[in-house]
Write a new protein. Structure first.
Length: 604
């Protein structure tokens, strides 16, 4: 969590850093700060609260500098406060750092430093890095960074400035992302591409334990033995527009609306030509006896949906789906005959990375579905296929989720064929169905006004339940998560058949039960469940294509276009996303940055 940026060049670093932090705010937003190089010492401003608080102070105290570092924080150690915000300086004000990650042995390091007379200003783990760097500084900042890194346990992406070194900005990383961008007017470090996309699309991805030294006219890379190394410069094909709101009130709405396009791109990358297709075609599924799917948050929900699809299309004997935070510690029964599928938008989620490493250590073959090129998971997995969602800025995922689902569908169809479970004519009809998803989502957008109006009448509900059976249940999980994430409405998802085993006791007047109903063969079952809650005073919103219901003051319906049952989650989820969005919008909430959440959960 947390976003960092740094710049050195011929322009004033302050507006560049502030603008970059705006693009990184999705990574954390409880406080922000900036430090710039000055002949008389570092100029530092740190403010608790949103970036606008920092900007207000900067507007009153404008300063300029050719070099600076900035940080937007999601607190882990020490409450959000001005003093705990980054950048942190050593006590002699010689070294300034910004840090994304967690220093696990910070207590031990802090005690050691305190015994040497160092006084700490903050309660953060990060300050030990600045203090340690000052202690070890011997006139050579690269040596110092190498020595400090050797003492740090945990994860870090660090931007570092030294007062003795007016020309050089230093960075190093381990287990947290860091990119280096180069442009005509100067060079950058950043946690993510959108932060620097308005200046350059030419980037290097720093690998663990690599050190970079940036100056106005160039960039150098070193390994942890201080030997120079060469790296490949990559070109990012994300457009600047894709990292801007483009006239929408929130990134989330823009990203929901982008789904037809990004799904088309993702499906063609997997079905027509390119690296995704090559990788999918190259996997020999017959050599595995188990598929284990693992991920966090919405990516996990995509995994739950896909389990139903893999089971139905591949008839595979053993398919498991597990939260990565559980998978990593459960002593999973996996081996070299297991294909582990990891799903992650960011490619940086700590638990998913740990699950990946655990799987590899046990000899399993790992296949990652990732959105961010150059991310840790993308680089470490045996195979990586990429969702073509483009940058997703809103904390609550929408388009990344949908594109993850699309790739999982393609995998299930292709694996099913290779296993001989899907005859060729069925394969082509399934693929034809898959390719209709984008246009059918566009058709759903024609009903946005109705969804908006319906959602605006739901803002006073204290509890909203989502029910479904089979694959409808799987997507109900995502609907419920989306709603609670951004609208702060208590919500739960249940398998329809489980209602009478407890949850129905929570149903009373003014409970809304969103009933997913695209499983035609189970419609009568879920309809009975809906009737049971209606008779206890609840209101029901049916969302699906298999439902024929009479609407009334208690019963509403959002009818979806027809599609193969297994792919119906791709349509239902769009309604659920829009519903959550408009409930939150009608409550006037900060949709793109919900309280306490961050997009990229890089800590346990
Ligand atoms: C956070 C985000 C979710 C996301 C989850 C997993 O909780 O808010 O939208 O699904 O992390 O993130 P990943 O980057 O691994 O998909």
């Amino acid at each position: 969590m947390c976003g960092i940026i740094g710049y050195v060049g011929s322009e004033n670093s302050v507006p560049i850093i502030v603008d970059g932090l705006k693009k990184l705010e999705y990574r954390g937003y409880d406080s922000a700060g900036i430090a710039v190089y000055g002949d008389e010492g570092f100029g530092v401003i740190k403010k608790k609260g949103r970036l606008t608080e920092l900007e207000a102070v900067l507007n009153k105290n404008p300063f300029t500098s050719h070099m600076g570092i900035g940080h937007t924080r999601w607190a882990t150690h020490g409450e959000p406060s001005d003093i705990n915000s980054h950048p942190h300086l050593g006590s002699r004000n010689k070294i300034a750092i910004v840090h994304n990650g967690i220093i696990e042995n910070y207590k031990e390091l802090k005690e050691r430093l305190e015994r040497k007379g160092v006084t700490f200003a903050s309660q953060t783990d990060s300050e030990v890095i600045a203090q340690l760097a000052e202690l070890y500084y011997n006139g050579d900042i690269i040596d110092t960074v190498i020595k400090v890194s050797a003492h740090l346990e945990g994860s870090y992406a660090l931007g570092i400035m030294c007062l003795d070194d007016p020309d050089n900005l230093i960075a190093v990383k381990k287990d947290n992302p860091l990119i280096v961008g180069i442009s005509e007017h100067g060079n950058f470090i950043a946690s993510d591409v959108p932060a620097i996309l308005s200046h350059t699309n030419k980037v290097y991805y720093l690998s663990d334990n690599e050190i970079t030294v940036l100056r106005k006219g160039g960039v150098e890379f070193f390994n942890s033995d201080k030997e120079p190394i060469s790296k490949t410069l990559e070109t990012i094909n994300w457009s600047l527009d894709s990292a801007e709101k483009g006239g929408y009130q929130h990134f989330m709405l823009k990203e929901i609306m982008e789904q037809p396009k990004v799904l088309r791109d993702t499906l063609s990358s997997a079905l027509l030509s390119g690296e995704n297709k090559n990788i999918i075609d190259s996997i020999d599924i017959s050599k595995f006896n188990k598929i284990a799917i693992t991920a966090c948050g919405s990516a996990y929900n995509a995994g739950v949906v896909s389990k139903y699809v893999f089971e139905r299309l591949c008839r595979f004997s053993s398919i498991e789906v597990e939260l990565a935070s559980e998978f990593r510690y459960k002593d999973a029964v996996i081996d070299e005959n297991t294909l582990v599928i990891l799903i992650s938008q960011s490619g940086e989620t700590a638990d998913t990375i740990a699950a990946l490493r655990e799987s590899k250590a046990r000899g399993s073959v790992t296949l990652a579905i990732v959105n961010v090129v150059g991310s840790t998971i993308a680089k470490e997995a045996d195979y990586t296929i990429f969702t073509a969602a483009g940058p997703e800025i809103a904390v609550a995922t929408t388009k990344a989720f949908s594109t993850q689902l699309a790739l999982l569908y393609v995998l299930a169809v292709k694996f099913g064929c290779k296993l001989g479970k899907i005859p060729p004519d069925m394969e082509s009809s399934l693929i034809a169905e898959l390719n209709t998803i984008p246009e059918k989502i566009s058709a759903i957008f024609e009903h946005v006004d109705y969804i908006q109006k319906y959602a605006s009448a739901c803002i006073s509900y204290k509890n909203i339940f989502f029910i479904g059976r089979n694959i409808d249940y799987a997507i109900a999980l995502e609907g419920s998560l989306k709603l609670k994430e951004i609208s702060y409405t208590h919500s739960e998802a249940y398998a329809g058949g489980e209602l009478k085993h407890g949850p129905i006791s929570l149903v009373e007047e003014n409970t809304l039960v969103v009933t997913l109903s695209s499983c035609g063969r189970l419609f009568s079952k879920i309809f009975s469940n809906a009737e049971q809650v209606i008779s206890r005073g609840a209101k029901v919103l049916f969302v699906g294509n298999a439902c024929e219901v009479e609407t009334s003051d208690k019963v509403s319906l959002i009818k979806l276009p027809g599609i193969h049952e297994l792919f119906s989650p791709s349509l239902s989820v769009v309604v659920l996303q829009l519903f959550s969005y408009y409930v939150a919008a009608n409550k006037g909430l900060d949709i793109d940055k919900p309280r306490n959440l961050a997009k990229s959960v890089t800590v346990e």
